[in-house]
Design a protein around this ligand. Structure first.
Ligand SMILES: Cc1cc2nc3c(=O)[nH]c(=O)nc-3n(C[C@H](O)[C@H](O)[C@H](O)COP(=O)(O)O)c2cc1C
Length: 173
């Protein structure tokens, strides 16, 4: 191990290894898609997912108003659509129309899922709390849809400004 230099914590936190990537849909009539890398499992039983959303996002306002949201996992073929939904605001453009992503009515929630994503979770909002510069919206997964033969090698991940897929397998556990 080479020697370590002190780094500003605000910069150093960016070295934290890879984040998953999700396309989060929120809203029913006024619906929007936002790209989110702050997405995490908060509990297995019950199954809870959390998404960290900055208060300056249009989606933040919609998430406060909506009782539910959906978390959709894009595959690598959707990288351009994923970037688009992470760079444009639903306040200015209809991201579903612009990307061609297809909204499919939720089976258990009012918010649609995305047809093109191989995995979709329908979440009912159970709580939210503020942490620094993000609000965490926690949702209980009440329905999940997984493509037959789902290939996790094609799942998109994100680290330090780069979209990737998972790498080398070191060992099983
Ligand atoms: C790869 C990537 C990951 C992102 N992750 C987050 C995130 O976790 N939380 C967040 O609030 N914004 C995140 N963003 C930024 C929003 O997706 C972006 O500001 C978006 O345009 C907001 O859309 P809205 O205004 O329609 O809500 C991310 C953007 C990209 C490209």
């Amino acid at each position: 191990m080479s020697s370590k230099s002190e780094m500003n914590p605000v910069r150093a936190i960016r070295t934290f290894p890879s984040f998953p990537i999700a396309l989060v849909v929120v809203g029913k009539e006024e619906k929007n898609v936002i790209t989110v890398s702050l997405v995490h499992t908060f509990s297995f039983h019950p199954p809870l997912l959390g998404i960290g959303i900055s208060p300056c996002r249009y989606s933040h306002e919609l998430l406060h108003r909506s009782p539910d949201f959906t978390v959709n996992l894009p595959c690598k073929e959707l990288v351009e659509e994923t970037l688009f939904c992470g760079e444009k605001s639903g306040k200015e453009v209809d991201k579903l129309e612009e990307t061609g992503l297809t909204a499919v009515p939720g089976t258990r929630v009012g918010t649609p899922t995305l047809k093109e994503c191989p995995v979709s979770f329908e979440c009912r909002k159970v709580q939210n709390f503020d942490t620094g510069d993000h609000t965490w919206f926690i949702g209980e997964i009440i329905a999940a849809h997984v493509a037959d033969g789902y290939d996790r090698e094609r799942a998109l991940i994100y680290w330090a400004g780069e979209f990737r897929t998972i790498g080398e397998l070191i060992r099983g556990r």
